[in-house]
Design a protein around this ligand. Structure first.
Ligand code: UD1
Length: 344
């Protein structure tokens, strides 16, 4: 019998890639998503890749009754991966209560329901945003959590604390917290990828839209940072590599391999790339020019951050293997598919 997993936010960017990898690894996946930032067509894309259609329910995880009914219907669920959340940093500053409700109450609902439905564990999507500007690079999981710069970042920190306190209190489940660096790229099939709502806030979707001519030029936010070329440095991790880490974390959680009932892992490549280097890598990988101009710094940006992924490498046996060129080529392939489909 296949092990059943609930993936909240499973039609979203990272969620959909994770559903594909879970199915490929033999899990039965149930998706719950409120479709606030994704579309049900993503389920078709997943089916085209894997040949298996995941069960899909349109559901907001704030709806505890609905969630309870879903868990009851899919009796025997072993694990949950909780992606469902809002993720626009600027919007979170303008609408803090929306972010606290959608990004915190949803986790509490899941945790309250897990014991009665005998769900063994939950994998939680966290972010390197919890480190703020780290004092030491590359950043390890033991680096201190710094005061958050936005309600979005604060909610991630609060979620981590909720999980820690719940495990400390002896509640009957396990948890793995995954701190993502900068997820990038798309499935090599071009069937699923990132679908930004409106003007992209993140770098790579803005780069691909500029390369496509949808945007006239990319604004590089600052070239006077204390970095070799003056632009900010990030750790861009391939989304399929990232998705695979969730499968390993789930295997470990359900297989009884965890050393503690709460484990935290950085998911990054260990390599930092500046904004200007990323533009060059994109041009090299695709042969397409990206017009850009240097503008003022963006408020709240971290100067430089990249992961020390050693714990995930050693303990999970996971490595982010894809090159940044191939990752950017996959993002470009996805952008071209969107154009073919008349979407963007
Ligand atoms: C941001 C959030 C992070 C969150 C992630 C989710 C902050 C400080 N961090 O990551 O917590 O998990 O989004 O989506 O807000 N850039 C440009 N021009 C652009 C867009 C971006 O130069 O048009 C630069 C940024 O200044 C940054 C880099 O590209 O240096 C990456 O930006 P982005 O993709 O927005 O990711 P983060 O800011 O790292």
């Amino acid at each position: 019998m296949k092990k059943k997993i609930l993936v909240t936010g499973g039609t979203g960017y990272i969620g959909s890639h994770t559903v594909v990898e879970l199915q490929a690894a033999g899990y039965e996946v149930i998706i719950a998503d409120n479709l606030s930032n994704s579309s049900e067509d993503v389920v078709d894309g997943i089916e085209r890749i894997t040949g298996i259609r995941p069960a899909f329910t349109k559901l907001d995880c704030n709806d505890k009754e609905g969630l309870n009914a879903l868990l009851g219907k899919h009796n025997g669920l072993r694990g949950i991966i909780h992606f469902a959340a809002n993720k626009a940093v600027g919007e979170s500053v303008r609408e803090p209560l929306t972010y606290y409700r959608n990004n915190i109450v949803t986790l509490i609902n899941l945790l309250e329901l897990m014991p009665e439905h005998k769900v063994d564990g939950i994998v939680f999507s966290s972010s390197c945003t919890v480190y703020g500007q780290p004092d030491i690079l590359p950043v390890t999981e033991d680096a201190p959590v710094k005061p958050a710069l936005s309600p979005y970042g604060n909610a991630k920190q609060i979620n981590e604390e909720i999980l820690r306190d719940a495990i400390y209190a002896g509640l009957p489940f396990k948890s793995v917290i995954l701190r993502y660096f900068n997820p990038t790229g798309a499935h090599p099939s071009g069937e699923i990828g990132e679908l930004p709502n409106g003007v992209p806030q993140n770098l790579v979707p803005f780069v691909t839209q500029t390369a496509m001519g949808i945007r006239s030029e990319l604004s590089v936010f600052g070239n006077d940072y204390n970095t070799p070329d003056g632009s900010c440095i990030r750790d861009y991790i391939n989304v399929v590599d990232l998705a695979k880490a969730h499968v390993i974390a789930m295997d470990r959680m359900l297989g009884g391999g965890m050393e503690n009932n709460l484990e935290i892992f950085n998911l990054g490549t260990g390599r930092g790339l500046s904004v200007l280097e990323l533009i060059q890598a994109f041009e090299k990988a695709t042969g397409v020019k990206v017009p850009y101009k240097i503008v003022e710094r963006r408020e709240g940006d971290i100067e430089k951050v990249w992961a020390d992924p050693k714990r995930a490498n050693d303990v999970l046996g996971w490595v982010a293997g894809e090159s940044v060129e191939d990752t950017l080529a996959s993002a470009w392939n996805w952008q071209k598919k969107l154009r073919e489909r008349g979407i963007q």
